[in-house]
Design a protein around this ligand. Structure first.
Ligand code: GDP
Length: 194
């Protein structure tokens, strides 16, 4: 069955999104510093498996070494399962992601989100960026274009819809663009099998 992995910094709304997608209310190991094991869910009759990977990046009260370990675990999981992963969903906070990327860009630093995006691509896994919390974003087109630029995707963002950029508001259940992206990749993968 097709596996879709979900990655993202902590607090971007990944648990909220997983809950909306699956209808499951589940414990997400909210306690900071607890290395969460991948959570698996089934979705739809199409036999999807969703894997919710631990959130990474800054978490207050969590040691740098623990944060690094979580990210290493996420990377290892994706590498080990790359062959049957249909898509990788990178969940970001639409309101802050561009600023966070810019703050962490430097000669010796690649921001987590940019790194993960390219990492998925290098493994041949189609990356979908679920740009969450769009309810907090006023300058929608500008924000999404700026994000595309940071990810090396040529603007305008609209041309990356539906397969790569999916603006959503998980909290209000407005996640149709992401569902469309997943359907797109599901059909692409099945076409390749023919
Ligand atoms: P996770 O750490 O990535 O799993 O994030 P959570 O799902 O726990 O959400 C973190 C915070 O963001 C919570 O306060 C959520 O209510 C909030 N949140 C999640 N989705 C949205 C959204 O679409 N819009 C807004 N404004 N807040 C959201």
């Amino acid at each position: 069955s097709a596996e879709v992995v979900f990655v993202g910094r902590s607090n971007v709304g990944k648990s909220t999104l997983m809950r909306e997608l699956t209808g499951h209310s589940f414990s997400t190991g909210k306690k900071p510093g607890v290395t969460r094991k991948p959570n698996h869910f089934d979705w739809n009759a199409e036999n999807f498996m969703f894997t919710d990977l631990p959130g990474f990046g800054f978490m207050s009260g969590v040691d740098e070494s623990v944060r690094e370990q979580i990210k290493t675990d996420v990377v290892r999981y994706v590498e080990a399962n790359a062959e049957h992963v249909l898509a990788g969903v990178l969940v970001v906070d639409g309101k802050s992601v561009v600023d966070v990327i810019d703050r962490h860009s430097g000669p010796d630093e690649i921001p987590h989100d940019v790194e993960l995006f390219h990492f998925l691509e290098e493994l041949g896994i189609p990356a979908v960026v679920a740009v969450n919390k769009m309810d907090k974003v006023d300058d929608r087109d500008e924000r999404l274009n700026a994000l595309c630029e940071r990810l090396g995707l040529y603007p305008p963002w609209k041309q990356w819809e539906p397969e790569t950029i999916a603006p959503i508001t998980a909290k209000r259940g407005s996640i149709e663009p992401l569902k469309e992206a997943l359907r797109h990749h599901f059909h692409e993968a099945n076409r390749d099998d023919l």
